[in-house]
Write a protein that binds this ligand. Structure first.
Ligand code: ACO
Length: 283
């Protein structure tokens, strides 16, 4: 089969506020090659601040989400170039995973099929993750003789209880989407035929929330994991005050629509953010 050009390694569309970004090397089970990693960085950068993008979904073309790093192009061919080749390839991969971890918009991994090793980095980078029941998750590194690098051991330790993380990393056995959901690797698992509908439903809910508050919230949940309680308390005060700099009307409008207008209940859903700023704040 013809080797795909760098720009073809990632495909995307934007529909109704949702950017659907696809690994697009189905013939190689969407393995992450240096070309794909460079292209993915360009694509997510280009989408990040577009006004017509409110949520980004990462998924895979064909029957794989992503079969991890490309063993030929990412490992063998870059190692042949010496240290510079290895480090450059690592930077290209880890760079876009980091960008995604702190992305401006909410992100969802839609795991449609195979998900191995190096795919755990982007899986964790996404704020939410939904899998097909049919998907297969594996830390297969041990099966070909390396440790789960590229953050994968950290992802397992972050998301799984200790014994499960150890078993998953040491045994090289796969789990399906349902088990991945039970373990906490993903939020939910659904039959593949229903996966996109469920992800669309979740994305639409996110599109209805205050975007400044969403960015502050997702960063806060990631940051506080590594803080003491007191540091987290302090960080959260500063983070909210910083968010107010970008949107000081939204929360006031949220209070107004509940307390004065009685048009919604925050315990049951979001305020109408499209009316923020259209009225004088009462608080
Ligand atoms: N690196 C390089 N090439 C790959 C990779 C990969 N990670 N995964 C699949 N391919 C290639 C195959 O070599 C094959 O290429 P070819 O058509 O030129 O022979 C093509 O993709 C199709 O792969 P098959 O193995 O034929 O597909 P199948 O559907 O039978 O199996 C499976 C899918 C189970 C995903 C299998 O391809 C596989 O085990 N891939 C490797 C998964 C893995 O362990 N990844 C590394 C994780 S560790 C890390 O990322 C650091």
């Amino acid at each position: 089969m013809q080797e795909s050009s760098e720009s073809d390694t990632v495909a995307y569309t934007v529909e109704d506020g949702i950017a659907w970004v696809k690994y697009n090397r189905p013939e190689k089970r969407n393995a992450q090659s240096p070309k794909l990693n460079r292209r993915m960085r360009e694509v997510i950068d280009a989408l990040e601040f577009r006004d017509d993008v409110g949520v980004l979904v990462l998924t895979g073309e064909g029957d794989a989400f992503c079969a991890g790093m490309d063993l030929k192009e990412y490992f063998r061919e870059t190692e042949a170039q010496g240290l510079v080749g290895t480090r450059r390839a690592q930077r290209d991969a880890y760079g876009w995973w980091e960008r995604l971890r702190w992305y401006q918009k909410p992100t969802i991994a839609m795991v449609n099929g195979w998900c191995f090793g190096g795919a755990y980095g982007p899986l964790f980078s996404c704020d939410l993750a939904f899998a097909a029941d049919e998907a297969q998750f594996g830390l297969s590194e041990i099966n070909w003789g390396i440790l789960p690098g590229g953050g994968a051991a950290k992802v397992a330790a972050e998301l799984l209880p200790f014994r499960k993380a150890m078993y998953h990393a040491m045994m090289g056995e796969n789990v399906d989407g349902r088990t991945a959901a039970e373990w906490g690797l993903v939020n939910e698992s659904h039959p593949l035929a229903m996966l996109k509908d469920r992800v669309t439903e979740v994305a639409k809910v996110l599109l209805g929330k205050n975007p400044v508050a969403l960015k502050a919230t997702k960063d806060a949940v990631r940051r506080v994991r590594e803080m003491t309680y007191d540091n987290a308390m302090d960080y959260l005060i500063r983070a909210q005050e910083a968010a107010n700099f970008f949107d000081n009307q939204g929360r006031k409008e949220g209070i107004r629509q509940f307390i004065d207008e009685k048009s919604y209940k925050p315990g049951l859903g979001a305020y109408d953010k499209d009316r923020a700023g259209s009225t004088t704040s009462q608080s």
